[in-house]
Design a protein around this ligand. Structure first.
Ligand code: 15L
Length: 266
């Protein structure tokens, strides 16, 4: 069991889910967010801190033996906004981890949009070259390589999880391939922190969907098996949601709508 687990971005949608579901894996949970945290429970410490506040980040990370880094921009937007959170912010977090005495193990919330420009007819593995569908996807390539650098140079272990579509249930046909249930996300993170040795793997975070585009053997090698599957939602979706046209990005590319996003200027 971890002594102290830090969840950054703890007031976001997935951060809030993990705040509840990761309770069993740590004696104390430190929850970080720029603002908006409230209602601390007995096992929780709430800390308001932005990813640009290096001193604050150091204090946030110190004393933690595990970090789930969920903070950051979760979608396509202008580069300045992405850079501040997903480039500079990630580097600031890894610097704080390097300087801390507890050398925490990190889960980095990466994204399937690293490889969104692969066609849906192709099976992609974490070893396939990146084909990001957005500046957001590019920023996640940076995050994964920072994780790799800090492992090779300083021994800080990270599991980069390329999160698929993590929602209560799939709401369109793309998600029959990309869906990750909340339980499977929490199960994967729990598994990562239970391993005696982790290294620096990259894993597609996807449930056991028969239509998945992503090779999950690296997750399996670590002993993780997703329990849920989008398959049981297929009939319901077929009757409630119209299939995208064959020439629509949602029917061609794995990243779906992200592939059609423009470059946003500030
Ligand atoms: C992501 O990376 C986004 O943060 C999330 O909002 C979804 O769009 C998800 O990918 C997805 O691909 O469905």
């Amino acid at each position: 069991m971890l002594e102290k687990l830090l969840i950054t971005g703890a007031n976001g949608t997935l951060g809030s889910i993990l705040r509840e579901r990761l309770i069993p894996i740590a004696k104390t949970m430190r929850l970080g967010a720029r603002q908006g945290l409230c209602n601390a429970k007995a096992h929780e410490e709430l800390v308001h801190c932005g990813l640009d506040d290096k001193k604050g980040l150091q204090a946030l990370v110190d004393g933690c033996d595990g970090i789930v880094h969920m903070a950051g921009v979760p979608m396509e937007t202008n580069w300045e906004t992405i850079r501040e959170a997903n480039i500079d912010g990630v580097l600031n977090l890894y610097e704080a981890a390097r300087k801390s005495r507890s050398k925490p193990r990190i889960v980095f919330a990466s994204s399937n949009h690293i490889s969104g420009f692969y066609k849906q007819s192709v099976k992609v593995s974490p070893l396939s070259p990146p084909r990001p569908d957005s500046l957001y996807g590019v920023s996640k390539v940076f995050g994964e390589t920072i994780a790799r650098l800090y492992y090779d140079k300083f021994g800080i272990e990270t599991a980069s999880i390329r999160i698929g579509s993590c929602f209560p249930e799939p709401s369109n046909h793309r998600m029959l391939s990309s869906w990750l249930s909340y339980d499977d996300l929490a199960g994967l993170i729990t598994h990562v922190f239970s391993l005696p040795k982790l290294g620096c793997p990259v894993i597609y975070g996807v449930s056991n969907n028969s239509a998945s585009w992503w090779d999950s053997h690296l997750g399996e090698e670590l002993g993780w098996q997703p329990k849920d599957s989008a398959d049981k939602f297929r009939d319901q979706l077929d009757s409630a949601v119209i299939h995208p046209a064959a020439d629509h990005v949602n029917a061609i590319f794995q990243g779906g709508d992200f592939c059609a996003e423009p470059i946003y200027e500030k």
